[in-house]
Structures are given as C-alpha cells and as structure tokens.
Design a protein around this ligand. Structure first.
Ligand code: AMP
Ligand code: MN
Ligand code: MN
Ligand code: MN
Length: 279
C-alpha cells in the first residue's frame, strides 16, 4: 500500500517512560484510532516493546520497535528517535544502561535541589510514580502537581524543572553521534525528534542537521504532535534542504493531553516518508 494512504504514528510513550498508559493500552488505543503503523518510542528504554508486540499481534496494527534517546550536541539537548531497532543489540543495550544510570543520578540530584528549596521527598515520589519505568522530569512534575505545589505542567516546568530553577540539574546524556551509532548499529533509522522544540536558531538547527547526517542519521520529524501547519511547512524545508526522510508522530503521553495517537496533520508535499519501507 502507498505510504501516503496509511496512518503512521511513529512517536509515542507508555508507562515504560513518562506515558500514563501501559504499552498494550497504547497499542490498542492507536489501533482504535485507525493507526496502521505505530512506533512505541519511550525515553531511553525499550522495556515496553515486548508487551506492545503481544498486543499488536492481536490487532492488525504494524508495530515498529522504537526508542527516543536523550542526546546532546555542542551543549544542545536533542532527542533522537530510533525506528525499527533491534532492542537486543548489545551496543544499544549498553547505551540504554548508561542513560538509565544518568537518569537515576539526575533524579537524585533533582530531589536534593528541590529539598534545599523546601520541597521534600520529591525523588521518592517521582520514583513511585515512575514505577518500573524510567524516571523523568514528567514524574517530578506529576508529583508536584499532585502535591498542590504547582497547578499544571506548564506552571511546574516553568517554575521548577528548567534551567535556572530549583529542580533543574544539567546532564550531558549521550553524544548525538553515539545515539545515532547505537540506533544504526541496531539496524534502525535515526530521526531527529521535534526539531522546532529545541528553540534553536535556523543557523544552529542547520548545523545540528548537517552533523546528524554526517553521523549517519537519516530522518527528521516533520509532522509532530503540537506543530502548527506552519511548523510542519518549516520543518519540511529543513527535511528537503538536508535530504532527510520525513517522519511523523504524535508524541502522545496521556489521553486528553496535547495530541491523540494518530491524529496528525498531512505530510507536506515533496518528502519521502520514512515509513514507506514498512508500508
Ligand atoms: P526528561 O527526558 O526527563 O528531561 O523529561 C522530558 C519530558 O518532560 C518530555 O519528554 C516531556 O514529556 C516533558 N516536558 C518537557 N517540557 C515540558 C513542558 N513545558 N510541559 C509539559 N511537559 C514537558
Ligand atoms: Mn516525555
Ligand atoms: Mn522528546
Ligand atoms: Mn517524546
């Protein structure tokens, strides 16, 4: 089938990271929303994939094993989505372990800093909310909202969880080159997630994308969750300029928040969809 006639959602989260639905629930929900091709891309973990597979076998949705790796390039934070990876590939597994340890260390530091600012036991609570999954800033945010310290996500991130605020702790994550190598080494396609969300100038974004291509990266998210049609058009320009394959994904985290699974705008013309190969 023609890729353009399929509904692809190649970026979303489950309880393996900071989503609120179990991997099986994400798959079922996507299938109910008419998604044909779904990639589960939890932050720095593939722990949800097995359950997602089991669920995908019960419907006719095609599941692409994915991940969203935290990376940095020249001091800038980047998220690199890996699609169609072999989650058992040893170098990728080692990379995931490194990132998991960094997350844990960061969470402890965030807890200490928040305690100094008068907010106690936030690490323990974030950990509790994360359960078996990777602990993220989203879990700190959920706890601080639950505790009545902040009113919503925008408020809690702005006041506590970004640079210059009491709960922020800088991490260098993996290098962008390592993240791409782990993905491509595991047979996957590396995609720059939500390129407009890093607040980079066009000049910086062009530098990032050149380096990303040199490192073996192949794709860029053109249509993503909270993009306006104008954002999609702008992202498309970067895709064409750097000859990158176009990806799309909702970046779904929980029902009722931001964008629903599979509810995405149309891919601008003149781009090659990354999901063509799975169509
Ligand atoms: P982490 O990878 O632990 O730094 O957490 C990043 C996650 O926090 C992102 O994937 C989003 O889900 C969430 N996040 C970041 N900024 C915001 C924001 N301003 N409002 C709501 N959620 C956010
Ligand atoms: Mn997230
Ligand atoms: Mn992201
Ligand atoms: Mn994401």
């Amino acid at each position: 089938m023609e890729a353009n006639n399929l509904i692809a959602d190649l970026h979303c989260h489950s309880t393996a990271s900071d989503g609120t639905l179990l991997p099986a629930e994400v798959v079922t929900r996507a299938a109910n929303n008419g998604v044909d091709i779904l990639a589960l891309t939890d932050h720095d973990t593939t722990a949800g994939l097995e359950e997602a597979y089991t669920s995908a076998h019960e419907s006719d949705i095609k599941l692409i094993p994915g991940i969203e790796l935290s990376a940095t390039w020249q001091g800038k934070l980047l998220h690199i989505v890996g699609l169609d990876i072999d989650p058992e590939h040893p170098p990728l597994k080692r990379g995931i372990k490194i990132l998991k340890d960094m997350r844990e260390e960061r969470a402890i530091e965030m807890g200490k800093r928040l305690a100094r600012a008068g907010y106690h036991d936030t690490y323990e609570n974030a950990q509790r909310l994360a359960g078996e999954g990777n602990v993220t800033r989203t879990h700190f945010a959920r706890h601080l909202i639950e505790a009545g310290v902040a009113k919503d996500f925008t408020d809690v991130f702005k006041r506590f969880l970004v640079r210059g605020k009491p709960g922020y702790y800088r991490v260098d994550w993996s290098s962008m080159e390592d993240a791409v190598a782990w993905i491509t080494g595991a047979g996957g396609v590396a995609v720059v997630a939500h390129p407009l969300r890093y607040k980079l100038t066009a000049r910086w974004l062009n530098r990032v994308l050149s380096a990303f291509r040199d490192a073996g990266g192949e794709g860029i998210e053109v249509v993503c969750g909270r993009n306006t049609p104008d954002d999609n058009a702008r992202s498309a320009l970067f895709a064409r300029k750097h000859e990158l394959l176009a990806s799309q994904g909702s970046d779904f985290h929980e029902p009722g928040k931001w964008v629903e699974l599979g509810k995405l705008g149309k891919l601008p013309d003149g781009l090659e969809p990354v999901w063509q190969r799975w169509a």
